[in-house]
Write a protein that binds this ligand. Structure first.
Ligand code: SF4
Ligand code: SF4
Length: 179
């Protein structure tokens, strides 16, 4: 078992009930990511999109996650507090079945980068009704084995003791571990 190391997971908590569909989050996200920065704003380039159905009072802010190569098979519906949501409303993927989270000129997938370099995500800062909250949590992650270091270490043992001796020792150790 590898050693556990800590990693920080950054997320944005979304309160659908507080969102009023103002789209300030889309404006600031697309402006921040414009080249040069703040030279334009075009929500189609935003990494957060608000799924809006004003007649049914439905506003779902979703920020872009990983790219999905293929569209998924299921299209479930969810009823929450009497409102019916399509499954896609909550999905964070840039996927072939919809236009959200694609760079309009190139079609390349867009992904939220938590406004790299800023103190806090700008969509969170610009949401005046606190529908978006920035959260960080620390999780334990399995440390990956560094294969290069492992091979260098094994090679020096082989050079010192010979391959047969090393194999015998590994066999003996694994037998004693098994029990
Ligand atoms: S800024 Fe806040 S209230 Fe406005 S659309 Fe975005 S999440 Fe909703
Ligand atoms: S955190 Fe930044 S990059 Fe991510 S959706 Fe919000 S404004 Fe866009």
């Amino acid at each position: 078992m590898g050693e556990k190391k800590k990693k920080t997971v950054k997320t944005i908590k979304i309160d659908v009930d507080k969102c009023n569909g103002c789209r300030a989050c889309e404006v600031i996200c697309s402006a921040f990511h414009a080249a040069p920065k703040y030279s334009s704003n075009n929500p189609a380039r935003s990494r957060i999109r608000v799924i809006r159905e004003p007649l049914r009072d439905i506003y779902v802010p979703v920020y872009a996650g990983e790219y999905a190569k293929a569209e998924c098979m299921g299209r479930d519906k969810y009823t929450i507090d009497g409102k019916v949501y399509e499954e896609c409303a909550f999905c964070r993927a840039s996927c072939p079945s919809r236009s959200e989270f694609k760079e309009p000129d190139s079609g390349l997938p867009l992904k939220c980068d938590m406004c790299e370099g800023e103190e806090e995500p700008l969509c969170v800062k610009w949401c005046l009704v606190d529908a978006l909250t920035y959260e960080e949590r620390v999780e334990e992650a399995e440390e990956e084995v560094n294969i290069e270091q492992l091979e260098t270490g094994l090679e020096s043992l082989v050079n010192k003791y010979g391959l047969n001796k090393l194999m015998e020792t590994v066999d003996r150790m694994s037998m004693s571990k098994k029990g």
